[in-house]
Design a protein around this ligand. Structure first.
Ligand code: AMP
Ligand code: GLY
Length: 448
């Protein structure tokens, strides 16, 4: 068995069944240290890849997942999704003697409680939107009425990215509070709300590998959360992503000083005990209003952290994995073993654009049982599966986000052209995608 520095092959189990987990398995399969790779439950894409074995166990079934890992000599378990982390899968598996990539329940609270996450940011002076926390409708309503900056309402707990309301008026904010407290739209996750100041600016996703002491940032990404072109329509799990991001390069020093350094400090002084992936959703911008007036364009831009996630992003991971030059397994292993300081990370000097192919009516409904036909994909393009499954040898749709196609290119513009060209090779009856993924980045690059 390998020690804190990976020096022999190891068996891995990835927990999850989405596009993120397919992309992780795909990258792990290229590692010189990869022994047997299991994915639980996996999807059609992990089933199709002969280097990966799907295991028919759900991410919530901690006991059977642990039994399987122990019986099959799994050396490291990699947790993909947020809900098992919030339910303590890492604590459970470590108690059974397994090595796990991912934070324990208390550390993952940075994702599963937005109120906790905001307190952490306040305590460590990480820039974040002004906020207040309320535990009942009356208090929340009073706060919104008394504070004209209180325009963003967030359910405290996990809500599949749907528990955030960015409002334009007091009455919209009050409606959001009714949806959370009166209609109970988010159940337990909505028993507390975070009320925030509205910010305006541009967003990016910064993924940080952490081993308890050391922070290693991945290349920056940007995802597209809204369902329709022009960032219109409902929020989704993510309709596409790209990397690298010019916005990050422009604000790199501020992000290092104001976001990464305080996290390193918190690890050092013991106020944060985290290993795995910490993903910061950052908005570089300004408060929408200052003293009731619209912000003027001369105000200095600040990298505000909107939220933390305690896992890899989806679809950020599908965009990042084809750009990652380093072997991923030594990095994941070092996070689990506390030896990240002796690792390095390298990226291919090419851009990636990832376009999600969803069901037409996603996020309202998903696609089920439609045949997926994939032609010859051009070199440099990769098809990651999410909601797919095989039935009688046929690849069928089985989810809202069905596939994610990532293409590389010398520039974002080329990667984008390559991605949309490759998509023409993929068909299913109710397929839909946004046609403007990475377009803003392309126009910014072209305009300078
Ligand atoms: P979150 O899950 O907290 O990242 O929020 C989801 C999305 O809501 C973000 O990606 C932003 O687009 C938007 N959002 C969240 N908080 C704010 C805020 N304080 N001001 C403006 N937009 C926000
Ligand atoms: N793409 C955003 C997320 O993974 O939460």
């Amino acid at each position: 068995m390998a020690t804190s520095k990976l020096d022999s092959k190891i068996n891995i189990m990835v927990v999850g069944g989405g596009g993120r987990e397919h992309a992780l398995c795909w990258k792990i399969a290229q590692s010189q240290f990869a022994g047997t790779i299991y994915c639980a439950p996996g999807n059609g894409g992990t089933e199709e890849d002969s280097r990966i074995t799907n295991v028919d166990l759900q991410v919530t079934d901690f006991a059977r997942l642990s039994d399987f890992a122990l019986e099959n000599r799994v050396d490291m378990v990699v947790i993909g999704p947020d809900n098992p982390l919030a339910d303590g899968i890492v604590d459970f598996m470590e108690e059974r003697g397994l090595t796990v990539f991912g934070p324990k329940k208390e550390a993952a609270k940075l994702e599963w409680s937005k109120a906790h996450s905001k307190q952490f940011m306040l305590q460590h002076k990480i820039p974040t939107a002004r906020f207040s926390v309320a535990e009942d409708f009356e208090a929340a309503q009073k706060f919104v009425k008394e504070n004209d900056w209180a325009r963003v309402i967030k359910a405290d707990g996990l809500a599949l990215g749907k528990g955030v309301f960015v409002c334009n008026s007091e009455s919209e904010a009050l409606d959001a509070l009714s949806a959370i407290f009166k209609e109970g739209r988010f159940g337990e996750a909505g028993s507390t709300v975070v009320i925030e100041e509205k910010l305006i600016g541009e967003e990016l996703s910064l993924l940080l590998l952490i081993d308890g002491k050391t922070v290693m940032p991945l290349s920056a990404c940007q995802d597209h959360k809204r369902r329709f072109d022009g960032d219109k329509g409902p929020n989704t799990g993510g309709m596409g992503a790209y990397s690298p991001v010019r916005l990050f390069e422009t604000h790199k020093h501020a992000i290092e000083d104001q976001v990464i350094k305080p996290i390193e400090q918190a690890l050092k002084n013991g106020t944060l005990d985290f290993k795995g992936m910490l993903f910061a959703g950052i908005l570089v911008g300004v408060p929408a209003t200052v003293n009731g007036e619209e912000s003027d364009s001369n105000t200095d831009l600040v990298p505000f952290v909107l939220e933390f996630n305690a896992r890899f992003g989806d679809p950020e991971t599908q965009a990042l994995m084809p750009r990652l030059k380093s072997d991923i397994l030594p990095l994941l292993w070092a996070c689990a073993k506390g030896s990240l300081a002796s690792e390095e990370i390298e990226w291919f000097d090419r851009a990636a654009v990832c376009v999600v192919l969803s069901a037409e009516n996603y996020p309202q409904s998903s696609s089920k049982g439609k045949e997926i036909v994939v032609g010859e994909l051009p070199a440099g393009s990769y098809l990651f599966h999410a909601g797919t499954q095989f039935n009688d040898g046929k690849l069928l749709t089985n989810g809202g986000r069905v596939l994610a196609l990532t293409a590389l290119g010398e520039t974002i513009e080329k990667a984008r052209e390559n991605a949309y060209r490759a998509i023409k090779e993929v068909k299913f009856a109710d397929m839909a995608c946004r046609s403007d993924i990475a377009l803003r980045e392309v126009s910014q690059c072209l305009s300078t």
